[in-house]
Design a protein around this ligand. Structure first.
Ligand code: BMA
Length: 830
């Protein structure tokens, strides 16, 4: 078999226009016009509006290619379009060879009859997705979200491209994945399915290979399994049938573990189709040996929702992932890799691919395999009604088969989920309860998709909707059964402590918005726009009146910030505190609650949103908080009306011997009371180590100037620390901490030592260029220096110690209302 990559040498123009632009795939209309400087950056100010005009038109992508004599001698020629976005007719030398209307499908088009010697022309005409959905909406209006262009659910194109409550309306068009031309004689490998059966001390790998046809030739099939250490085992079959089974027994298997629980060893599986010594076709896979089950069983609290990996019930820690860029060709492996590394750095072990976007690239899953993130994979349906016409049914069934076959061998794949919030929406969002809508729901998500999963990936658990209690419109929001999306904090404007009223079995969505940093806002604004209620700032806030909501929560918790930049900073503190409040509570209830995935990890453009990492990859305060609240061993303080409890949560598979030191201190960090407690925390357990009653010491006045600090030592080594105050931050009597810094270096790292002379919270270090620090937004007690490090490997080589010193800016909660350090020249560097 010969495979030619067909990504190079395309050109594109508006269908009725004359100007051609050169294109390399993957490509989109908007991105091509942007590169050619025909349109302005759609992310800048209100340019999004112009993007809609672009998407109203039709376009043509064209490529000419040569076929030499002799090359036409293959028996079969096939174009593979790995992704067309979305409505297109495809022509080869004037013959229509296919039409597409699903960006989530892979199209294989047989073209032998239309190829010719000499110059060939391949044309893809892409039609406006907006015109299509508008006409469909007119015929059959369906319930859905109102921040997307109406009718979006009729088209199998990423819903959020039509607008979402964090996403712009940029329904771009393009050929968003590779195009290949494959040619072969005799036969080729159509499909490989790898199943694993785990027994004590060994794993049996079953490899099922399907060939394209039954032609009786003298071909051979070779299957090799190569261990992480390079040990190879080969099996060969002669006299092939169209379907062949091979089975490998792997003794003493090296198991794959989610991050935080062990290594991620990967085995290679290489399948070759041979004619004599000549290799006709080959497919390579990497697999990880592990079992992932989801337990949904009755217990004393309701019905569980618990991931069991290699036999151990594991608390899932992570966030929800959305498309990384509204202009799809701009996503790259390097960007995704950084994001996945950022997840790992924040102690995630799970990432949920949310159903309103698209199925990510192969490298996304490879990276999750390598870094130990379990993927919760939604099918691409979200918050909408879908009608099962004959065509739609066939279309989504083929889509599911394409995607399952593409993804199923990945070690990281942990669950298939039918949709995002459709069951809940149909039951609780006030939509008309039409019988035909509900019937189609059941057919699609509770009959068809589970059947397809059962047929093509029977080893992966299927869950019909998120959230759900198991389906059938049976209390999808029940907090004690299945998974839950909890939005009363934020959308319902309830206070953070509302989280503590729930002991969800698995909280797969909850979130809180913040603004991105000033640098990010500068990328899309003019100075005059930098007010959160300006027209442009509101254009970059897609959740209705959410800027007001941020201000409301701000009024509840912090003093009124002194300027725009401080408001951005404070909004991030609110967000970080909110999510921490929920996560720490659920982790204190480990065993009953078995997962927390906050909404949302990333952004697809610069915007105010629920993300913990902004469009440019900048970590918000929340991401630094996540690294701490998702630490495998967590010390957390549950302050109450009367008592304060010190909890230690241990996610490890082994027990942890620890000591927790606690100090009740005033705002100058003078110790009023102190003590310590030694305990052994069993594996996979949370323990309330000590209940402290400060009711006699903490008078109303002291509540405004005292804090509790807990320091966790593991094997007598400092591990982490945390503090809690007993009043809202806005009422706490913070003193000027007079922050100072000292910067030094060794071969590998830059060290920044920060010192405060009074207790302060949320110390932020800002640098130019942006770098990820070992910690940020941390609390400091007086006269107890903290050293924050930067790995030199992540710094541009040209950056010197002096650059770091000069760009370093510090602020903390005190500076919400007071001039920050830099402005008062308070820093004594060096
Ligand atoms: C959840 C998600 C998204 C949405 C988010 C914030 O419901 O599934 O649809 O963006 O909330 O509202």
């Amino acid at each position: 078999m010969k495979k030619l990559n067909f990504n190079q040498g395309w050109k594109m123009k508006e269908l009725s226009g004359n100007a051609w632009y050169p294109v390399t795939l993957p490509a989109s209309v908007m991105n091509t016009l942007l590169d050619a400087e025909v349109i302005d950056d759609p992310f800048y100010r209100d340019n999004e509006e112009k993007a809609l005009e672009v998407a109203q038109k039709d376009y043509i992508f064209q490529k000419e290619f040569e076929i030499k004599k002799g090359e036409l001698e293959y028996d079969h020629f096939e174009f593979i379009f790995h992704g067309v976005d979305t409505i297109a007719d495809i022509f080869l030398n004037g013959h229509k060879i296919s039409n597409t209307d699903n960006m989530h499908r892979i199209f294989e088009i047989s073209v032998k009859d239309y190829l010719k010697e000499g110059t060939n022309i391949l044309k893809v005409i892409l039609y406006s997705p907006i015109r299509y959905i508008e006409s469909m909406h007119e015929k059959d209006p369906l319930a859905g979200v109102d921040h997307a262009i109406q009718g979006y659910q009729h088209l199998r194109k990423s819903h959020s491209m039509f607008g979402w409550d964090w996403g712009p309306k940029i329904p771009d068009l393009g050929i968003w994945r590779d195009v290949e031309l494959v040619m072969w004689n005799d036969n080729r490998i159509d499909d490989v399915y790898i199943a694993q059966n785990h027994e004590e001390n060994h794993v049996q790998l079953d490899v099922k290979v399907t060939l394209h046809n039954q032609k009786n030739t003298n071909l051979r099939l070779s299957a090799k399994v190569i261990s992480p250490g390079g040990i190879e085992e080969e099996q060969v079959i002669n006299q092939l049938n169209q379907l062949e089974h091979l089975s490998f027994l792997i003794q003493d298997p090296q198991l794959w573990w989610p991050a935080g629980y062990g290594e991620q060893p990967l085995y290679k599986v290489e399948i070759s189709l041979l004619n004599g010594e000549k290799q006709l076709d080959r497919k390579n896979y990497t697999v990880g040996l592990r079992t992932i089950e989801v337990k949904h069983e009755k217990d004393k609290w309701g019905k569980s929702f618990e991931f069991v990996v290699n036999g151990y019930p594991i608390f899932m820690k992570g966030a929800n992932y959305i498309p990384e860029d509204s202009l799809l060709p701009r996503t790259t492996k390097a960007r995704t890799e950084q994001l996945i590394k950022d997840c790992k750095a924040a102690n995630f072990n799970m990432i949920r691919v949310w159903g309103g976007g698209h199925y990510p690239e192969d490298y996304f899953y490879d990276l999750c395999d390598q870094h130990g993130l379990i993927v919760w994979q939604d099918f691409m349906f979200a918050c909408s009604v879908y009608r099962l016409t004959e065509h739609f049914t066939q279309n989504v069934q083929n889509e599911a088969i394409d995607q399952i076959k593409r993804i199923r061998h990945h070690a990281s794949l942990g669950i298939w989920c039918g949709n995002n919030e459709v069951e809940e929406a149909m039951e609780h969002w006030g939509w008309p309860k039409k019988a035909e809508w509900r019937r189609d729901y059941i057919k699609l998500f509770e009959i068809m998709l589970p059947e397809v999963v059962m047929e093509y990936d029977p080893q992966t658990f299927y869950w019909s909707s998120s959230p759900s209690s198991g389906g059938g419109f049976d209390e999808p929001k029940n907090p004690d059964i299945g998974d839950v999306h909890y939005w009363e904090v934020w959308h319902g404007q309830k206070p953070f402590n509302e989280y503590r009223n729930y002991y969800f079995r698995f909280c797969s969505e909850f979130g809180f918005q913040s603004f991105p940093s000033l640098k990010t806002i500068e990328s899309f604004t003019e100075p005059g726009d930098r007010n959160i209620f300006s027209r442009i700032m509101e254009k970059h806030q897609k959740n209705d009146d959410a800027n007001g909501k941020i201000l409301y929560y701000l009024s509840e918790n912090f003093l009124y910030p002194k300027d725009f930049d401080t408001l951005l900073y404070t909004s991030q503190l609110l967000q970080a505190e909110a999510i921490k409040y929920g996560v720490e509570h659920w982790r204190r209830n480990l065993g009953r609650c078995m997962g927390s995935l906050y909404w949302q990890l990333n952004d697809c453009w610069p915007v105010a949103s629920w993300s913990s990492i902004d469009y440019f990859g900048r970590w918000k305060a929340l991401h630094y908080f996540a690294r701490k609240f998702y630490d495998p061993v967590l010390v957390s303080l549950e302050e109450g009306e009367k008592n304060t409890n010190i909890y230690v949560t241990n996610d490890h598979l082994t027990e942890v011997k620890c000591r927790v030191e606690w100090k009740l201190r005033n705002n100058k960090s003078v110790i009023l009371e102190h003590g310590d407690v030694e305990t052994v925390i069993p594996s996979l357990t949370a323990v309330n180590c000590q209940e402290l009653d400060f009711s006699s010491v903490l008078t109303a006045e002291r509540k405004r100037n005292c804090y509790l600090e807990a320091i966790l030592y593991i094997n007598e080594e400092w591990y982490s620390s945390t503090t809690v105050i007993f009043t809202k931050a806005k009422h706490f009597e913070f003193l000027n901490p007079h922050l100072t810094s000292h910067v030094s270096e060794n071969n590998e790292q830059i060290m920044i030592e920060i010192l405060a002379n009074a207790y302060t919270k949320y110390v932020e270090i800002q640098l130019d260029p942006d770098v990820i620090l070992s910690d940020n937004y941390f609390d400091l007690s007086a006269n107890e220096p903290k050293i924050v490090t930067i790995d030199k490997s992540v710094l541009p080589e040209t950056i010197t110690l002096k650059d770091i010193e000069e760009s370093l800016k510090l602020r903390s909660v005190y500076h919400i209302t007071h001039e920050s350090q830099l402005e008062t020249a308070d820093i004594s560097n060096g």
